[in-house]
Design a protein around this ligand. Structure first.
Ligand SMILES: Cc1cc2nc3c(=O)[nH]c(=O)nc-3n(C[C@H](O)[C@H](O)[C@H](O)COP(=O)(O)O)c2cc1C
Length: 175
C-alpha cells in the first residue's frame, strides 16, 4: 500500500512532517513516500498568474502524487490559526486543476504544534472542508505540546495514550 505523507508547511525541520511520517509508519504494509512542500513552490496564486502560467508543473506533480497514492497522511502546521501560506498556495493552484484535489483517497488529517493547542484550529478547518475536495477522511488527531509528547531522537510518540489513538486511526486506512 502506497502511503503519501507530508507536513503542510515549508519548514525544513517541520515537526508536522515528522509526525506525518511517523503516522504513516504505523500503517501495516505501508510503502511510504514523504513529500516536501519546498519542492512545489510557486508564485502566489492570482487569476492573472493563472492566465499567464496555466497549470504549473508543480501543481500537476502534486495532483499526480495524490492520484498515485493508495492513502494520504497530512499533518497541518498552524500559522496564526490557519494554514501555512506554503500549503494554501499549493492547494489553491492544485484546486484549479480539479476541485477534487484528494481524489477520494482515504486520509488521515493530523496536526501538531509546540503549544498546548496542537494546531487544533487549522485541523478543524481541514476536517470541515475535506468533503468539498473529495477527501475520504478516516480519522483526525491533534497532538498538543509536540516536544513533550514526541521523542524526536527516536522519531516516535512517547505518550502512550496519543500513540494508541494514532495507531487506531492509522489502522482505519487499511480497513
Ligand atoms: C507566523 C507563525 C504563526 C504561528 N501561529 C501559530 C498558531 O496560530 N498556533 C500554533 O499552535 N502555533 C503557531 N505557530 C508556531 C508553529 O506551530 C510552529 O512554528 C511549528 O513548528 C510549525 O509547524 P512545522 O514545524 O511543521 O512547520 C506559529 C509560527 C509562526 C512562524
Amino acid at each position: 500500500m502506497k502511503v503519501l505523507a507530508f507536513g503542510a508547511t515549508n519548514s525544513a525541520n517541520s515537526i508536522n512532517k515528522q509526525l506525518a511520517q511517523y503516522a504513516a509508519s504505523l500503517v501495516a504494509g505501508a510503502q511510504i513516500e514523504v513529500l516536501d512542500l519546498n519542492d512545489f513552490e510557486m508564485p502566489i496564486y492570482s487569476p492573472e498568474r493563472e492566465e499567464q502560467l496555466g497549470q504549473p508543473e508543480q501543481a500537476q506533480r502534486f495532483f499526480k502524487a495524490i492520484g498515485e497514492a493508495d492513502a494520504i497522511v497530512i499533518s497541518f502546521a498552524e500559522h496564526n490559526g490557519s494554514y501555512t501560506a506554503a500549503y494554501k498556495n499549493l492547494f489553491d493552484w492544485t484546486s484549479r486543476i480539479d476541485m477534487k484535489v484528494f481524489q477520494n483517497k482515504p486520509m488521515l488529517l493530523l496536526s501538531t504544534s509546540p503549544g498546548p493547542g496542537g494546531a487544533g484550529s487549522v485541523l478543524a478547518s481541514a476536517v470541515n472542508s475535506a468533503p468539498f475536495f473529495a477527501a475520504d477522511v478516516k480519522g483526525s488527531l491533534s497532538i498538543p505540546s509536540f516536544y513533550d509528547n514526541f521523542d524526536v531522537e527516536n522519531q516516535r510518540l512517547k505518550n502512550d495514550e496519543l500513540k494508541q489513538a494514532l495507531s487506531d486511526i492509522a489502522g482505519k486506512l487499511t480497513a
